[in-house]
Ligand binder design. Structure first.
Ligand SMILES: NC(=O)C1=CN([C@@H]2O[C@H](COP(=O)(O)OP(=O)(O)OC[C@H]3O[C@@H](n4cnc5c(N)ncnc54)[C@H](OP(=O)(O)O)[C@@H]3O)[C@@H](O)[C@H]2O)[C@@H](O)CC1
Ligand SMILES: Nc1ncnc2c1ncn2[C@@H]1O[C@H](COP(=O)(O)OP(=O)(O)OP(=O)(O)O)[C@@H](O)[C@H]1O
Ligand SMILES: [Mg+2]
Length: 371
C-alpha cells in the first residue's frame, strides 16, 4: 500500500470530497516502477474525469498533471533507493552498515537528539553516537541503552574530543536539540570544519541551520551536506543567503535557488510536500503522511537521512544509476518519515507522538523498500 498511497488528501479536500478518491488508487507495496507508472496514468485519468465536471477544471487538470508527474518521479527515485540498501549478510562486522554521530542535546532539549540517534539505529545503522552537553548526557542515556553518549559539547576541548571520533563515523547529523548558546555554536563551527576536512557527509537540521544562516560560508559548496529546513528555517536561510525569502508561491524554484546559492548543497524543504533540490534537479516527496504535527518528526527524518546518505554515497554509480546519491537519500528519508507518520496515525490518531512513529520505522521501511 505504501508507495502508491501518496499525497491525495489535499486534492480531496480541495474538491470537498472524502479522502477515498485518489487515495483509493493505492499500489501494493514494492510493486515497483512499471506498476507505479501505470497507476500514475490511471490516477491522472481518474483525476481528469473528476475535474472535467467542476468549474475550475483547467486549473485542476494542471494540478493533477503536476501531481502525477511528481508521483512518477518519486517512484523512480524510490526504486533506486531500494538499490542502495545494504544486504544483511553474515559476512559483515559491526559498524559496516553505519556509524552515525548526532551533534546536539543541551539543557532544554534532550528529546530531539535522542529521536535522531535512535531513528538512525532503527533504520539500520549499527552504532549511533550523541555528542551533547555534560548536563544533557545522563538524561539522553537514560532514554536508551542503545546510544553511545559523549558529554563533550560544552567542554573547552569539544572540537578535539569530537575530532577523535570522526575517523570512525560515516555521517554526522548536526543540530537537533543543539540550542543557540554561542559557546556551543562556536564549538559546532569547529566540528563542521573538521568534518569537511575529512570529507564526512553532514546532515544539518534545527539549530545547526541557525548557525548556517549566520555563517553560510561554513557549508558553501560542500557537496556532502544536506540541509533539512522546516518552514521557518527555510525562510531564515533564504533571507540570510539570498536576501530575499521570496513570496512563497513557487516552492520548487525557491528551493533550487537556495541550493544553488549555497554552491549546490542539497536542500530538503519540509512541509505539506517535501521539496528536495541539489540546485539542478528538483524532486517532491508526496508520500502520504498524517495531519499530526507533533514535535520531533523532523528529528526522525534527520537521523534516518544520516544513514541513507552514507548508504547512498557508498553504493556507487552502478546502483544509483547516475542519480545524485544525496537526492536519493533525501527522497528515501522523507518517504520513510511520512510513511511512519501515516502508520502511527492509523493506530493512535490524534494521540500520535514521535515515539509512536519511531516504533513504525521497521514496518514502514519494509513496506516501502523491502517488499
Ligand atoms: N522533544 C524535543 O526535545 C524537541 C526539540 N526540538 C528542538 O527545539 C529547538 C528549536 O526548534 P524549533 O523547530 O522549535 O525552532 P524554531 O525555529 O524556533 O521554530 C519555532 C517556532 O516556529 C514556528 N513554526 C514552526 N513550524 C512552522 C510552520 N511550518 N509554519 C509556521 N510557523 C512554524 C512556530 O511559531 P508559532 O506557531 O509559535 O508562532 C514555532 O513555535 C531545536 O533544537 C529542535 O531540534 C524540536 O526538534 C522538537 C522536539
Ligand atoms: N503539512 C504537512 N503535511 C504533511 N506532512 C508534513 C507537513 N509538514 C511537515 N510534514 C512532514 O513532517 C516531517 C517533519 O517536518 P516538520 O516541518 O514538522 O519538521 P520540524 O519542524 O523540523 O520538526 P521537529 O519538530 O522535529 O523540529 C517531514 O517528514 C514532513 O514531510
Ligand atoms: Mg526541526
Amino acid at each position: 500500500m505504501a508507495v502508491g498511497r501518496v499525497w491525495a488528501a489535499a486534492g480531496a479536500r480541495r474538491r470537498g470530497k472524502s479522502d477515498t478518491g485518489l487515495a483509493g488508487m493505492a499500489l501494493p507495496a514494492g510493486s515497483g516502477a512499471p506498476l507505479a507508472g501505470a497507476a500514475a496514468v490511471a490516477l491522472l485519468s481518474a483525476a481528469l474525469v473528476l475535474y472535467a465536471r467542476s468549474p475550475d477544471a483547467v486549473l485542476q487538470r494542471a494540478f493533477s498533471l503536476h501531481k502525477a508527474h511528481s508521483i512518477m518521479d518519486m517512484e523512480n527515485k524510490l526504486q533506486l533507493v531500494r538499490n542502495i540498501i545494504p544486504p544483511l549478510t553474515s559476512q559483515k562486522h559491526k559498524g559496516q552498515d553505519g556509524r552515525i554521530g548526532v551533534v546536539g542535546g543541551c539543557q532544554e532539549y534532550t528529546g530531539a537528539p535522542y529521536f535522531a540517534a535512535i531513528s538512525a539505529l532503527k533504520v539500520g545503522a549499527d552504532l549511533s553516537h550523541v555528542f551533547c552537553t555534560r548536563e544533557a548526557a545522563p538524561v539522553i542515556k537514560s532514554y536508551s541503552p542503545e546510544l553511545i553518549v559523549h558529554p563533550v559539547l560544552d567542554s573547552p576541548s569539544a572540537v578535539r574530543d569530537v575530532e577523535e571520533w570522526l575517523p570512525r563515523l560515516h555521517a554526522l547529523v548536526v543540530g537537533p536539540g543543539l540550542g543557540r548558546d554561542d559557546t556551543l555554536l562556536e564549538n559546532v563551527k569547529g566540528i563542521l570544519e573538521a568534518s569537511k576536512a575529512r570529507d564526512i557527509p553532514v546532515v544539518i537540521d534545527a539549530d545547526g541551520l541557525w548557525l548556517i544562516a549566520r555563517h553560510p560560508a561554513l557549508i558553501q559548496g560542500y557537496r556532502k551536506a544536506v540541509l533539512t529546513p522546516n518552514h521557518v528555517e527555510f525562510g531564515r536561510l533564504s533571507e540570510a543567503v539570498l536576501r530575499d525569502p521570496g513570496d512563497g508561491s513557487d516552492h520548487r524554484e525557491a528551493v533550487r535557488r537556495l541550493s544553488r546559492a549555497l554552491g549546490n548543497v542539497t536542500v530538503v524543504q519540509k512541509g505539506e510536500r517535501d521539496v528536495i533540490s541539489d540546485g539542478e534537479q528538483v524532486l517532491e516527496c508526496v508520500q502520504e503522511g498524517s495531519g499530526r504535527r507533533c514535535g520531533g518528526q523532523g528529528d526522525l527524518l534527520s537521523g534516518a537521512l544520516g544513514v541513507l546518505v552514507h548508504w547512498a554515497l557508498r553504493a556507487g554509480p552502478e546502483k544509483t544509476n547516475g542519480s545524485s546519491p544525496l537526492l536519493l537519500a533525501a527522497m528515501g528519508a522523507c518517504s520513510l518519515t511520512r510513511q511512519c507518520s501515516w502508520q502511527a496515525f492509523q493506530k493512535h490518531g490524534r494521540s500520535t507522538t514521535t515515539t509512536d512513529m519511531i516504533a513504525e520505522v521497521g514496518p514502514a521501511f519494509r513496506s516501502l523498500f523491502e517488499t
